[in-house]
Design a protein around this ligand. Structure first.
Ligand SMILES: [Fe+2]
Length: 197
């Protein structure tokens, strides 16, 4: 199969953005590189017809998140915007309607992975969007993870204080570590994540 051009454009922009993150750690870049190497080694199955696009309440914040994204990472936000109409946003499985701020204030989309636009089982690549002031619940997963911020925000893990890596930084979460993110009070949060599985 052939990967759709607009998805390849996003993957290429993401790889460039990681490479152009001088403050990103060696570990963060290495984990992301494992994802990009796998994307290069073979294409997955495109699911553009099979998956219905879906929006959630937090998606109302997507235009502002994209408008306020770091200029240095604009190629990436432009690529994400080009895919916006086909994205299937979902809530974290553990989210509950009783926690209205989180329920209506966050969403994830998988671009490549088991539930991705491109279906494959060797990596997870996606994005998280949050409304201003929302904190993403503590979580952990076996794969290591690199976050690429598209907007300001804050990241935490059990070995690191709350940190905003900025427009030229990355966040690295070692395998299995408990971690979280939060949006600034006055600005939506948008970040990409890369997990070699
Ligand atoms: Fe994570």
């Amino acid at each position: 199969m052939t990967r759709p051009d607009d998805l390849q454009v996003l993957f290429d922009a993401a790889e460039t953005a990681v490479a152009q993150s001088p403050r990103g750690s060696v570990a963060a870049k290495a984990a992301a590189a494992r994802v990009f190497d796998r994307l290069r080694s073979h294409d997955g199955t495109p699911q553009f017809q099979a998956m219905a696009p879906a929006a959630l309440p937090v998606c109302d914040h997507l235009p502002q998140a994209i408008a306020s994204a770091y200029p240095v990472r604009r190629a990436l936000t432009t690529a994400l915007s080009a895919l916006a109409a086909r994205l299937t946003w979902t809530r974290r499985l553990s989210a509950r309607p009783e926690d209205g701020a989180f329920w209506d204030g966050h969403a994830n989309v998988m671009l490549a992975g088991p539930a991705g636009l491109e279906v494959r089982d060797d990596l997870w690549l996606g994005a998280t969007l949050m409304a201003p002031g929302v904190t993403y619940t503590d979580h952990s997963h076996p794969p290591e993870e690199t976050y690429l911020p598209l907007t300001p925000g804050a990241w935490w893990n059990a070995a690191m204080d709350w940190t905003d890596p900025g427009a030229d930084g990355l966040i690295y979460n070692p395998p299995g570590i408990t971690h979280a993110m939060r949006a600034l009070p006055d600005q939506p949060f948008l970040a990409l994540w890369f997990l070699p599985v």
